[in-house]
Design a binder for this molecule. Structure first.
Ligand SMILES: Cc1ncc(COP(=O)(O)O)c(C=O)c1O
Length: 451
């Protein structure tokens, strides 16, 4: 701001409420959007309603988060009750009952000895929290050399500096390269179109990609590595399903060298794969797990990190009144978020949403792979209730074909998500077969019209 500029009252035109201009939208082409706005006014079950009254089938559970479907009355009422009873309670040196109740309920559903919960407000915060816990864990054990973090190419771990440092999406890192965390290295991604195109479920080829961790151990010294973080299924970079045996191998190598393994389950948690968590689906237990999104069915922002007992126990030393971990958020364990999460867990339990996802996953797989002969399609991938349709990029215009497909699908009443030239689908777990059919039919028809 010019130093001579004084703050004046906004002019009447600035108070105009019907303008789209002041909102700087995230991960959006602002100028394009504001010329062609797509506004969602309400939602129920599997559908959004746009501001012009059209019903939009939700093919992505919002942003991979509304796993139980939209507008769940139990969640809304729990939030309303909680807001009128206790709007906020500080989370430093204080607590409120729901935060403890939720932690107890969550840990009862978690695999193995993942038995402690640290609250935050988003997936990005959950990732940064997990990375900080991993670094501090080794310090707490007196192992001061373990300061290195290993991420993966094509990984998405949110937008905090920790997350983009271990993440592997060039555009998300480029402008901030000067401020990325030091001492970070990356595993190769596992996407191998030449060998694995059109795999159903986990591809058979590629467990060897995990061997790169041994090479990084040799390069840096295994005893300098604090943690490895991976998404069990990479979502935001176009749904990369782990090859058979890959995650198991990562776990073995981490165990061999005393390295913590972090699963970022922000999208795979809460039933998405047909099991409560990917850790169970794959039978691989991480030391730390980051979650968000489906935790509250997205009705109130919330994230969390789950920690195994030895990790938590390592911090519980020294004087009892000393703070063990110098980390936390004003809204850690916010009462409204806890109420929403408890109501969400109850819906999952009562409706068996993970089992439902499992039972419909075969139908989903068939529907995704029915698009093999659709125009532009060069690969199809699926796991649980996740699907990916990779398109050949238009020469010289990467992403353009998929973006036009997204716009046209929206025009025809279907919300899909595109990343690069891949369409990613992840509907609420309450999706019916007829809705799955409609998604496949709409996408096929749109691809036939997109150049
Ligand atoms: C695996 C993963 N980690 C972290 C995040 C970031 O979550 P948030 O947008 O809530 O910060 C995402 C978001 O899509 C994600 O998919």
């Amino acid at each position: 701001m010019d130093k001579t500029e004084t703050i004046t009252r906004p002019s009447p035109s600035k108070l105009e409420v019907n303008t789209l201009e002041p909102y700087w939208m995230p991960f959006t082409g602002n100028r394009h959007f504001k010329r062609n706005p797509r506004l969602l006014a309400s939602a129920a079950g599997m559908y959004y309603t746009s501001d012009d009254g059209r019903k939009i089938l939700d093919g992505c559970a919002g942003l991979w988060c509304v796993n139980a479907g939209h507008g769940r009355r139990e969640i809304t009422e729990a939030i309303q009750r909680q807001a009128s009873e206790l709007d906020y309670a500080p989370s430093f040196q204080m607590g409120h009952p729901l935060a403890f109740e939720l932690a107890a309920r969550l840990t009862a559903t978690l695999p193995g000895d993942l038995d402690h919960v640290f609250y935050c407000n988003s997936g990005s915060e959950a990732v940064d929290t997990a990375l900080k816990i991993a670094l501090a864990y080794h310090q707490a054990k007196g192992d001061f050399r373990r300061t290195r973090l290993i991420g993966r190419e094509r990984a998405y771990h949110g937008v905090g500096f920790g997350g983009i440092s271990v993440g592997g999406i060039t555009y998300n890192r480029r402008a901030y390269a000067a401020a990325l965390l030091p001492q970070v290295d990356h595993l190769p991604h596992t996407h191998d179109l030449a060998k694995n195109a059109f795999s159903r479920g986990q591809p058979g080829h590629g467990a060897h990609f995990a061997d790169a961790l041994e090479q990084l151990c040799a390069l840096h010294g295994a005893d300098t590595i604090a943690a490895v973080i991976v998404e069990p299924v990479a979502g935001s970079t176009g749904v990369l399903v782990p090859p058979q045996g890959y995650l198991e191998k990562l776990r073995q190598i981490c165990d061999k060298h005393g390295i913590l393994l972090i699963f970022d389950e922000v999208i795979t948690g809460f039933g998405r794969l047909g099991a409560p968590f990917a850790a169970e689906y794959f039978g691989v237990l991480p030391d730390l797990m980051s979650v968000a999104k489906g935790l509250t069915n997205a009705a109130v922002p919330m994230g969390a990190v789950f920690a195994r007992k030895p990790v938590y126990d390592a911090f519980m030393q020294g004087p009892e009144n000393a703070i063990e971990l110098f980390h936390g958020y004003t809204y850690s364990g916010h009462p409204l978020a806890c109420a929403a999460a408890l109501a969400t867990l109850e819906i999952h339990r009562r409706e068996g949403l993970a089992e439902r996802a499992k039972s419909i996953a075969g139908y989903w797989e068939d529907a995704i792979h029915s698009l093999k002969d659709a125009r532009h399609v060069i690969d199809l991938r699926n796991l649980g209730i996740i699907g990916a349709i990779e398109l050949a990029p238009r020469p010289g215009q990467p992403g353009a074909r998929a973006f036009e497909t997204f716009l046209e699908c929206f025009g025809r009443g279907l919300l899909i998500r595109v990343t690069g030239d891949t369409i990613a689908l992840s509907p609420p777990l309450i999706v019916e077969k007829a809705e799955i059919d409609r998604m496949a039919e709409t996408i096929r028809a749109v691809l036939a019209t997109v150049s």
